[in-house]
Write a protein that binds this ligand. Sequence first.
Ligand SMILES: [Zn+2]
Length: 368
Amino acid sequence: MTENDERLKRRVAAAAEEALARQGLVTALELLTGLGWLHPAHVDLWRKGRVPDLEQLIQVGPDRVGLALELLFDWASAAGLQPAAIAYPVRSPARVPLRFSARGDEVIDRAFGIQWLSPKLTARERERLLERQGRAPDLVVIQPLEDFTCAICGTEQQGLLIMQEPGPACMSCADMDHLVFLPAGDAALTRRAKAGSRLWAVVVRFSRARRRYERQGILVEQQALGRAEASCLADEEARARRRGREQARRARLDLGLQQQMAAEIQRLFPGCPPERARQIADHAAARGSGWVGRSAAGRALEERALELAVAASIRHQDTRYDELLVSGAGREAAREQVRDQVARTMQAWRSAGEQDAAATPHPLRDER
Ligand SMILES: [Zn+2]
């Protein structure tokens, strides 16, 4: 092995270890990104089917790529990693077939189709990782726990970094500083912002307590976030408007019920003053008497219920019933005393439609 190859071997090991620590697996695609031979934004173009194959985006020759893949194979086997096939989406969302090598090189394509899984994964973690393979792997940006020095521009940084060759790169050097951070927590907003962003990345931070990287949110294009926020807001407004309509409809229904009851009282008791019919109806409706006015049987019951409501109203307002109760008369005795008077008023209200309205007995007119 030449000195150059030895150096590449160390770099492959470093990049693979980093990917393994971050996500429990390493793939050829991530190795090339980690080595800085593939720009994440270019990988994204490839995933979206904007370029016919991945190979043309790699910044080194096929021999170097072949050697790096071989070194990855050796390193992973020695480290006890388990190979598994990757279920890469065969086609991009635009229905363009996703190809790795330009000429359909079998060895290269096979190497890209393998992922190396950490032996430390539990069966469940392994299963979940494999399940996720159906989707294109996410671009990952790290929120470092400490300041870092960008390996490209050499300045000390406090912000986000992406692992690249020759080391951590700041967002500006990675051409990702136009992206904005959207913290995790709003699933709908995140989904929409991601869908509308040509380039996006997952932001993770290492948890010392749990000894693993944890998702903090995503980086997306400002415009995509704006559009996503607008459509979520529109949804929220639509929901609020719908709620408002529901309430109004319910209020109208309740009002409708009272009006129907008042009308029904007027139909049964044409002599009942309209204001009084409304008052009785309001009272009965407020008590939630379950008046529905549908079936014939229901209708008969409703009539009976309304008659009782009218009788009660007359008893309380037009007779001495309440006074009798207050003075200690028993309920039955008090009712007995006012029974005839209630019946007479009811009869008068019932038949008033056939008579002159002026003849309708009324508490105030009775005193004339
Ligand atoms: Zn930089």
